[in-house]
Design a protein around this ligand. Structure first.
Ligand SMILES: *Cc1c(COP(=O)(O)O)cnc(C)c1O
Length: 363
């Protein structure tokens, strides 16, 4: 690809130093929940302004363990947004609760907070607020809503690590914030990895117990847990990269502004963005999406669709019998959205090249 989506070589300051620390780790045998994990957990908690960070093996597991730790289970309903990634809703189903969906808006494609009230029933226990694309939801409105109804609040920050709203980092507005360090995300491990942050020491302890087979101490399995620990090698990679995350997110914002300016007045729609947006994706709405996607890829631009099948239409969720026609904005996005490549190491020429190519394709 002429303009690829990911650029890993640019993510390491001192790859030899990192390699040496990985070699030392291999020889030490400190592989699971070792010192590197503890160090990363401290650094990440500090970074998020959270009291506790718990290292896990993926963002999906962070969501599952968060809901489990909050006591969400069978008989409970959990509200989230219809255009999220599969994992958000999978997590709700995995703990035995019933997912309830609200549509996104037709402007910024974030959860439509106006629809939350109508989604509440006597069984509603929690909301999973998803900071889609790297944009931050209006957490004042959402915490007012969950407070009013006495609901637990989990933030799915998989796409928004490092984003802050009013100076406050995502993940700290609700009970538990869930993060993914999947290699595609803004802070990328070298494999699957994730974390949960919380200000509540009891929740932190429960998360730690759940990730380690429900053990309180060695061989003292006090509840049914999971095997979901962060690997030490991932913690080393993440600690190496964390100090640069703010700089990368600033670059993403600057490049996104350039895309927006370069596409102004074209047939391509760029959703409005708040000051908090960290542009995990640069989402656009384009005419004749599938043809446009094919032409862009043909021209060497690594554009993708996120996501072509909205939650209500995914076969895996058939048991919940969602009314698939009740989410017109999520449907619209699935058919018309196109994500352009956006890496922190791109330069203005790369952006102009992609925008120019897209302009000429869409006329
Ligand atoms: C990536 C992602 C997840 C899942 O994270 P993994 O680490 O891949 O398990 C969950 N929610 C959203 C919104 C995501 O984008």
């Amino acid at each position: 690809m002429l303009v690829p989506r990911y650029g890993y070589p640019a993510q390491f300051d001192d790859v030899d130093g990192l390699t040496r620390s990985i070699t030392d780790l291999m020889l030490s045998g400190d592989h699971i929940l070792g010192k590197p994990v503890e160090q990363f957990e401290h650094a990440f908690a500090d970074y998020c302004g959270a009291r506790h960070a718990v290292g896990l093996n993926s963002g999906t597991d962070a969501l599952i363990l968060a809901l489990h730790a909050l006591g969400v289970g069978p008989g409970d309903e959990v509200v989230t947004v219809a255009n999220t990634f599969h994992s958000t809703v999978l997590a709700i189903a995995r703990v035995g609760a019933t997912p309830v969906l609200v549509d996104c808006t037709g402007t910024d494609y974030m959860m439509d907070v106006d629809l939350l009230e109508a989604a509440v029933t006597p069984r509603t226990r929690a909301v999973v607020a998803v900071h889609m694309f790297g944009e931050v939801l209006d957490m004042d409105r959402i915490t007012a809503f969950t407070g009013k109804h006495g609901l637990a609040l989990v933030e799915d920050c998989a796409q928004a690590v490092g984003a802050r709203r009013g100076g406050r980092p995502v993940g700290t507005f609700g009970d538990i914030g869930c993060f993914s360090f999947h290699p595609s995300k803004n802070l990328a491990a070298a494999g699957d990895s994730g974390a949960a942050v919380t200000g509540d020491p009891a929740l932190a302890e429960r998360l730690r117990r759940l990730r380690g087979l429900g053990q309180q101490g060695q061989n003292d399995h006090v509840e049914l847990g999971y095997s979901s620990r962060m690997d030490s090698v991932q913690a080393l990679v993440l600690s190496h990269k964390l100090p640069r995350l703010d700089g990368w997110n600033r670059s993403r914002r600057a490049l996104a502004e350039r895309y927006t300016a370069a596409l102004a007045g074209s047939a391509v729609t760029v959703p409005p963005a708040s000051d908090a947006h960290v542009f995990h994706m640069f989402q656009t709405v384009v005419p004749e999406r599938d043809r446009t996607l094919a032409a862009l890829r043909e021209a060497g631009v690594d554009a993708v669709v996120r996501y072509p099948v909205p939650i209500p239409r995914q076969p895996a969720f058939a048991p919940y019998a969602f009314d698939a026609d009740a989410f017109p904005h999520a449907d619209f996005l699935a058919h018309n959205a196109l994500c352009l490549p956006l890496r922190p190491d791109m330069d203005d020429d790369d952006i102009d090249l992609v925008a120019g190519t897209l302009r000429s394709i869409t006329g």
